[in-house]
Every structure is written in structure tokens, then in C-alpha cells.
Design a protein around this ligand. Structure first.
Ligand code: 13P
Ligand code: SF4
Length: 364
């Protein structure tokens, strides 16, 4: 009989030094059998244990190329699902806390997107005229939906290439779940705002008239990231009033108004690269998750760069924050004893279709 897993409660009372020492020891003992992937938004106490760090695109490529028996994904649920979909069946993907979800990903599901597709079908033939594009921040079944309907996945790093690919094939795009990434990307490609409509998934026909649907080129799902929506144009105005020479950089999940006022708009990986490559003395205002901004500040202050967080209130990704040293140690020490806890497994029928949509993206 399998030995039952050690319960997480047995780990909750350790002090920080004990977590760190035991994580290092367990990680070392597992050697090449394990790879730890960490998203840039992870808190420092966890991030330092990642073998590889990245944004969601980089981490999905790393997961696809990994030869390790086990992957511990220090990120959120949809990222671990992608790692499972892209890895071999015998490779095991673990998310240290199953409650580490993504509130934006939860704003779309298969029932709602299928209903939208049916309702759009009353006005036009969606499989002829619409490419469904899902942001990687979505459940696996939506990636499978895109695979089945000639669509694909995008991340914030490649959304432009994905939209270009899509418009070469069909006249319209249904983009979910993030309204803002879709609008900011298409606008930067030169699409007028009048060519875009917002699909309110809580209303019949998305709250749109047949004429609005017929004339739109981009149909944007009314979803958003609660972290990136906390940044406001006035935060930029106030900062630039104090530091007129400062530069502003924002993640494209931020609102259109914030992105329009930013000097640079880019994915997590491109924010890191832009700050790294900027000349010494540059002052940055950054509109993305707090852990990353704090890390950039620490990393570049010795070069005389100063990196400021855009909002006066704390905007952390609270779900990413659930991955803490306690959960990381818990899954690691169970693995050492041959027990897999919190495995993420996407059913193969769903994974096969989702893989089609992910491969279309990875081949771009
Ligand atoms: P990246 O694709 O930039 O990693 O963003 C993922 C995410 O969840 C941002 O909120
Ligand atoms: Fe989801 Fe926003 Fe967290 Fe990114 S920052 S994982 S979009 S809740």
C-alpha cells in the first residue's frame, strides 16, 4: 500500500531558515530528476530556488524541452497545465498549492465561450470567419477549443504575431479572456478602436447587435487582470510631474489609457530586458506585478537606475503568492519519499487539442 503523503500542516510551524535549508537539501538530493520553474512574479523566498525563471512563453518552451522526471511549477495553475500538456506522459508536473489560480483565467470557461460561438453563429459562420485566440492565461479546455476551431494560444510576448497569423487566415478574431491585451496589441498594430467590440459574457449576444458583430474585426472578451487594472493614468501623470525625465513601462494587461501614456509597453520578459539595457541613471516607473518590480529595483540600483512601482497601493498577484516556502518544501520532501502531491494532469483528449493550439503558437 502507498505510504500516505505527509500533511502540509506538519510544515506550517517551521521558521524561514528551516524552510530555506530543507528546500535546498531536498532539491539537491533530487538532482537532475527535478526541474523547478519560476515565474517572475514569484516572491523572492521561492524564486531563488528556481532552476529557470521566465515569463509564461519562456516557461512553456522550457517545459516542452525539459527531460526531467519531475517539474515543480512555481507559478499559477494554467502555467502548470501548459507544462503538463507539452511534456511527455511519464513526466510529472507539480503545482505546490492547487489554490494558486488566476482570477483572469477564471473569467472564461468552455460553457461561456461555446455559448458565445453559438450566438455568433446566428450572425455569421464562426468557423469560416473567426479565429479564436486564447491568452495562455486560460484553462486547458479553452486551449482545446482553439485547437478544434482553427485557433491558437498567445502570450503577452507574442500576441502581435498571433493576431497577424490569425488575420491572415480569417476576417475576425475572438480574443479571450483579456480584453486589454487584445485591445493594446491590435491598436499597436494599427487597428482603429472602432474595429473592436467588447463581448460581455454575462449578456445575451455579448450585449452586441448583429450589425456591431458584422462590422467588428476584433471581438474582445470582457475579462481583466485585477492586478494590472489597479494602475491608473493619474499614477503616471503624478510621477512624471515629479520626475519629468523618467520613463514609463507597462504590461499590456494594463488599461488602454495606461498603455497609451507609457513610453514602452511589453511583456514581463521585455520589461526586464528593457530595464536591463537602459543606460545608467535611468528612472523607471513600471506597471506590473510588485515582486518583479522590487527585484528589478534591487538588481539595478547599483547601476544607478531606479525602478519605481506604478501604484501607491500594493498590487501583488495574490494567487501566485500562495506558492510559499512551506508548500515548496512540502512537495519536495514528499517527492524525496517517492510521493507525488498536487500533480497537475490534463485529460489526454483535452490535452491533444490544446497541444494543437499551443504548437501553432510555438511554431510562430
Ligand atoms: P507574462 O506572459 O508576461 O508572463 O504574463 C503572465 C501573467 O499572468 C501576467 O499577469
Ligand atoms: Fe492572473 Fe493577473 Fe496573476 Fe497574471 S497577475 S496570474 S493575469 S491574476
Amino acid at each position: 500500500m502507498a505510504v500516505p503523503a505527509v500533511e502540509i500542516q506538519q510544515y506550517s510551524a517551521l521558521d524561514e531558515a528551516a524552510y530555506q535549508d530543507r528546500i535546498q537539501a531536498a532539491r539537491a538530493a533530487l538532482g537532475d530528476r527535478l526541474v523547478i520553474l519560476g515565474h517572475h512574479y514569484q516572491r523572492e523566498e521561492v524564486f531563488r530556488h528556481a532552476d529557470y525563471a521566465g515569463d509564461s512563453l519562456k516557461l512553456s518552451r522550457l517545459a516542452a524541452d525539459s527531460q526531467a522526471e519531475y517539474t515543480i511549477f512555481c507559478g499559477v495553475h494554467f502555467m502548470a497545465e501548459v507544462a503538463d500538456i507539452l511534456s511527455r506522459p511519464e513526466q510529472v508536473v507539480i503545482l505546490p498549492d492547487l489554490a494558486a489560480g488566476c482570477s483572469m483565467a477564471d473569467m472564461a470557461n468552455l460553457a461561456k465561450v461555446s455559448r458565445a460561438w453559438r450566438e455568433l453563429g446566428k450572425v455569421l459562420d464562426p468557423d469560416e470567419s473567426i479565429t479564436p485566440v486564447t491568452y495562455i492565461n486560460s484553462v486547458a479546455e479553452l486551449k482545446a477549443f482553439c485547437g478544434q476551431h482553427g485557433g491558437l494560444v498567445c502570450t503577452s510576448s507574442n500576441a502581435r504575431q498571433v493576431l497577424e497569423w490569425s488575420f491572415e487566415r480569417r476576417e475576425k478574431v475572438l480574443f479571450f479572456p483579456d480584453e486589454h491585451l487584445g485591445r493594446n496589441t491590435a491598436h499597436a498594430m494599427g487597428m482603429p478602436l472602432d474595429d473592436m467590440v467588447v463581448w460581455d459574457f454575462n449578456q445575451p449576444m455579448g450585449g452586441l447587435t448583429p450589425d456591431q458583430i458584422r462590422s467588428a474585426r476584433l471581438i474582445l472578451w470582457k475579462g481583466f487582470c485585477s492586478v494590472h487594472q489597479l494602475f491608473k493614468p493619474e499614477h503616471i501623470d503624478n510621477f512624471l510631474a515629479r520626475y519629468p525625465d523618467a520613463k514609463v513601462i507597462s504590461h499590456p494587461e494594463a488599461s488602454f489609457e495606461v498603455c497609451q501614456k507609457s513610453h514602452v509597453v511589453g511583456s514581463t520578459e521585455s520589461i526586464i530586458k528593457t530595464v536591463a539595457e537602459s543606460p545608467p541613471g535611468t528612472r523607471w516607473l513600471v506597471g506590473t506585478e510588485l515582486n518583479l518590480v522590487n527585484r528589478l529595483h534591487e538588481q539595478y540600483k547599483h547601476e544607478g537606475k531606479s525602478v519605481h512601482f506604478m501604484s501607491p497601493t500594493i498590487c501583488m498577484c495574490s494567487t501566485m503568492f500562495r506558492i510559499d516556502p512551506c508548500h515548496l518544501l512540502w512537495v519536495l520532501e514528499n517527492l524525496l519519499e517517492g510521493r507525488v502531491v498536487n500533480r497537475i494532469m490534463v485529460p489526454e483528449n483535452e490535452a491533444a487539442q490544446a497541444r494543437v493550439a499551443l504548437q501553432r503558437m510555438l511554431e510562430l
